[in-house]
Design a protein around this ligand. Structure first.
Ligand code: MLT
Length: 308
């Protein structure tokens, strides 16, 4: 790509809030390729000093090889599993992210999922659209007094625990960092104990070798038959085939998934009525996106100021 300016070049590979992009245009040459396919994006990175991504773009060796001038990977959002951080480090490329920005939005989505699961909102909506009035099939339950198991008690997990306790749910929390991070209103509980007690399980762990497919047939088999599971963390934390079987056989009552092992999701969970599926929208609120993009823009500006 030929350059008309000496300003550092930022290439946007996934859509982010436009306000922050406008701000960045004052000090950077900004090229927005967020609507392009990966092959076209990769061909345009030869002069990129910085790329901006969300969760869609795989920032891997293939991408780095096509971006010899790259100094900064700016990831809008919390998860870094789509960024090969080791490879970035070995090439002295700085990785920035905005882990605080989506907390409230994801926690509120989880609360919405729990209410929707407990009341059959998705099923009732689909019924009416298909000419069926399912009133007699949709006797739900309240969240009040129910046990809420939160696996991963970091920023988002603890926000879900607090929201649950506002509805007088009883939050239990587990975290890899141990009891010290599981604070009131939650009670620290080992996962196996939690699975036997919880009416809702919600996952808030990063994707690591330990958490990949942690929700498998054994895990689901330990849950109560009446319980629901919610995943708004990373798709690969759940073994989707095992979840399909558990939902179909009545091992658990229902599930809500915002994230999938492969996105866009086209798998067979779509056949089932007791699962709610959304297209990875946990962080997709105006507020979270504005926060995320403006925080990222500030970090990018600071980094380039420091390196000039
Ligand atoms: C996150 O990690 O914050 C989200 O998955 C970002 C996104 O929605 O792309």
């Amino acid at each position: 790509m030929s350059r008309a300016t000496n300003q550092p070049q930022i290439v946007i590979l996934d859509p982010i809030s436009l306000e922050a992009v406008d701000k960045l245009r004052k000090s950077f040459e900004v090229v927005d390729l967020s609507s392009r396919q990966r092959a076209e994006q990769l061909q345009a990175l030869a002069t990129a000093d910085c790329i901006i991504v969300r969760s869609r773009t795989k920032v891997n060796r293939e991408l780095f090889d096509g971006a010899p001038k790259l100094k900064v990977v700016a990831r809008a959002g919390v998860g870094l599993d789509n960024v090969d951080t080791k490879e970035a480090e070995s090439r002295s490329i700085r990785v920035l992210s905005t882990p605080h920005a989506p907390t409230t939005s994801v926690a509120e989505l989880v609360l919405g999922f729990m209410i929707a699961l407990a009341r059959g909102i998705g099923k009732g909506d689909r019924g009416i659209r298909n000419g069926r009035w399912l009133k007699s099939e949709l006797e739900g339950s309240e969240l009040f007094g129910k046990v809420l198991g939160v696996i991963g008690y970091g920023r988002i997990g603890s926000a879900v625990g607090k929201l649950g306790s506002c509805l007088e749910m009883r939050p239990l929390g587990w975290d890899i960092l141990g009891p010290k991070v599981v604070t009131a209103p939650a009670t620290y509980t080992e996962v196996n104990d939690m699975l036997g007690q919880a009416d809702f399980i919600t996952l808030h762990v990063p994707l690591t070798d330990e958490t990949r497919r942690m929700v498998n047939a054994r895990f689901l088999g330990k849950m109560k038959k009446t319980a629901y599971i919610v995943n708004a963390s990373r798709g690969e934390v759940v073994d989707e085939d095992a979840l399909y079987d558990a939902l179909k056989n009545g091992t658990i009552a229902g599930a809500a998934l915002d994230v999938f092992a492969s996105e866009p999701y086209t798998g067979r969970l779509r056949e089932l009525d007791n699962v709610i599926l959304t297209p990875h929208v946990g962080a997709s609120t105006q507020e979270a996106q504005r926060r995320s993009a403006s925080d990222l823009a500030e970090q990018i500006e600071r980094w380039f100021e420091g390196s000039r």
